[in-house]
Design a protein around this ligand. Sequence first.
Ligand code: SAM
Length: 243
Amino acid sequence: MKLRIIKFFKDFLLWSGILRLLSPFNRLFFFLRNFNVLRAWISLSNRTDLLINDFYSWKRDYPKRYTLYDTVAVHFELATKDILYLEFGVASGSSFFWWMKKNTNPESLFRGFDTFEGLPEDWGGFKKGAMAFDQAQINDGRAEFIKGIFQDSLFPFVESNKSLLTTKPKVIHMDADLFSSTIFVLSQLYPYLKKGDIIFFDEFNVANHEFLAFKIFTEAFYVKLRPVGAVNNFYQTAFIVES
Ligand SMILES: C[S@@+](CC[C@H](N)C(=O)[O-])C[C@H]1O[C@@H](n2cnc3c(N)ncnc32)[C@H](O)[C@@H]1O
């Protein structure tokens, strides 16, 4: 009986299209739903066993992200380990150069992906093309920038670097802001994710973007990412791949 009632209502909604009257509120509903899911996730993850966690602090202090990097680097010995550091969203290179300087292992490799022409889509108040920077000079043979939209540049990179991606412990830095960019990169890298790899998100608590990509990715691919540290109320959050 219950199923027949549900079917009747669904058929009515499909036939009539009446819910289209609510279209002006689509963005609001989408945000409210994702924000609620984010807040529930924070309640579950706001634990004292994180290496660092400042929830709730009233002031956002963006440079605190370097404290997060440092804390995670110390704990997992990322300053000396032979790692493959992959950054998605380089812009002027602030975080990329931080990691290059921090890790002194001569065998480590650093790859930074960016259009260097700015965001490929609007993101909140930032318009398409915002955050465009000239590609910075690198004076370190271990590092390279790969220019282009990830949707073009990542697949060829993966195809020609399969053994690197499989053998080296990875530190992946997701700093592309957008849902589309984040979900695309995570999905492409999925076959190469290994237990112990570290993933940073730079705008994790943005409900419609990096958080939504994280949520969909972990649920669709059955990937378990355990939070290890967070600052700025989970704005910057670090995870370890568990399985
Ligand atoms: C917030 S900035 C990166 C900031 C940088 N990591 C830092 O520490 O200063 C985001 C960057 O992501 C890049 N980006 C976003 N989506 C992209 C995509 N699909 N392909 C290539 N670059 C993308 C933009 O060009 C922009 O430079």
